[in-house]
Design a protein around this ligand. Sequence first.
Ligand SMILES: Cc1cc2nc3c(=O)[nH]c(=O)nc-3n(C[C@H](O)[C@H](O)[C@H](O)COP(=O)(O)OP(=O)(O)OC[C@H]3O[C@@H](n4cnc5c(N)ncnc54)[C@H](O)[C@@H]3O)c2cc1C
Length: 469
Amino acid sequence: MVGTACPLRVGLIKINRLVLIQALRETPVSPDPYRSWGRYPQARQRVRFQYRRQDPLPLPADETESVLPFGNGRSYGDVCLNDGATLIDARPLDRIIAFDPATSVLRCEAGVLLAEILTLGVPHGWFPPVTPGTRFVTLGGAIANDVHGKNHHRAGTFGRHVRAFELLRSDGSRRVCSPTENPGLYRATIGGLGLTGLITWAEIRLRAVATPLISQETLRFEDLDAFFALSEESDQDYEHTVAWVDSLAVGKNLGRGVFIRGNHAQGIPADPPKPPRVRLRIPCDLPPAAIGHAPLKLFNAAFYRSHPTRWQKKRVHYASFFYPLDGIGDWNRIYGSRGFLQYQCVIPEAQAREGIREILERVAGAGTGSFLAVLKRFGDLPSPGLLSFPLPGVTLALDFPNRGRKTWDLLAGLDAVVRRAGGRLYPAKDARMAAADFQRGYPDWHRLEALRDPRFDSGFRRRVHGAET
Ligand SMILES: Cc1cc2nc3c(=O)[nH]c(=O)nc-3n(C[C@H](O)[C@H](O)[C@H](O)COP(=O)(O)OP(=O)(O)OC[C@H]3O[C@@H](n4cnc5c(N)ncnc54)[C@H](O)[C@@H]3O)c2cc1C
């Protein structure tokens, strides 16, 4: 790295420890730090820590026991779980190594959270190139799931902005991977679900921003056709676009929702909006009635009507725009002690209207609905990753409380729609997809398998390889 004289680089390194400690304190701590976000499935694992990137991999003495890196557990299902075996907690790898504003390249350890990159970077005008809907994810986790954000139509996935990383394998070797050095491992590790080795550090390219603010515009729309029209129009001029959809609306209201679009703001107003603070924390697992049909219908209708029929424009802090759910600590507990399942699919462009319509009809017809129902049109920028989730088309994400057989049957019906439309499900959100659906949706899985580290495994991998039923 170059640029030792630049103020930001010096600033980052000098204030690194102080600011990181503060940022970590702000990070909500889950009651059980080695669960996934959906709290299903449950897994029992031994945990080892990777304290320093120079240390050897902390492998169990039993050579038959597998390991899996663990980031911050913000995956919903079992890609970050390794039932009956070992997790390597990568969060102690929390150091910023260097930043060069001339190239906008940041090198840091893989356990650094996006929240920490934002805390350090935004005051100096730097922002992650792609961000998911929570900032409490590690750099390693963002690479291993090749996450996407509201700007997929402009920036593609996170993996497109990863210049290089170091992979620590179970044979003790360290491989620096980039598009030109170990390119096979580079492609397999981006979206590689933690199976190719432990990422110790990575280099990403940040994007410049003038302010911490987003010029946000919101509008409610009346049906699915309106969503498609708004997406097409907004993707031309707005870097970030997404929609919330009322998953209980039926008939002529099917697919109604709220469209949200925004660009990074250029100037700071005299009285800039403040960053939101964590105001609310769910203190315990809520009873199932709290998220039943009646409260959900009321909530959805009220939320829909609280938005205007003409574009409402305002400047908001980036945290309100990108991370509204981070404002409610432990919000996953509203689904109760049995946990919940997120269902995120992508339907290719040509089948998107019909496929999404049918899924929404089935969900509304089952009367279950979903608090969180997000629609987003993906662009066509390819990812370097072998198993990256996005396809040109439309993605829909829905949350369902785990009500056992009833939920499973509904989701099996949705699988059939996705299958017919040539779509696929997102491993980062998944806890139940069938091996056949995974292998059809990700035809390159054999290539990842060939480069997998033989000591690395996960509950997800065993399931989608048919090793578990
Ligand atoms: C509220 C919320 C909103 C979300 N919104 C989005 C969204 O908009 N878009 C999106 O794409 N995702 C989204 N997600 C999912 C989340 O971004 C991903 O699951 C992310 O990968 C989680 O990162 P993590 O650090 O918590 O990793 P974990 O969940 O702990 O692990 C994820 C994977 O990364 C691997 N891994 C972790 N660290 C390393 C390492 N150092 N080396 C190698 N492998 C490693 C693990 O083995 C596992 O396979 C959202 C999640 C939540 C809770």
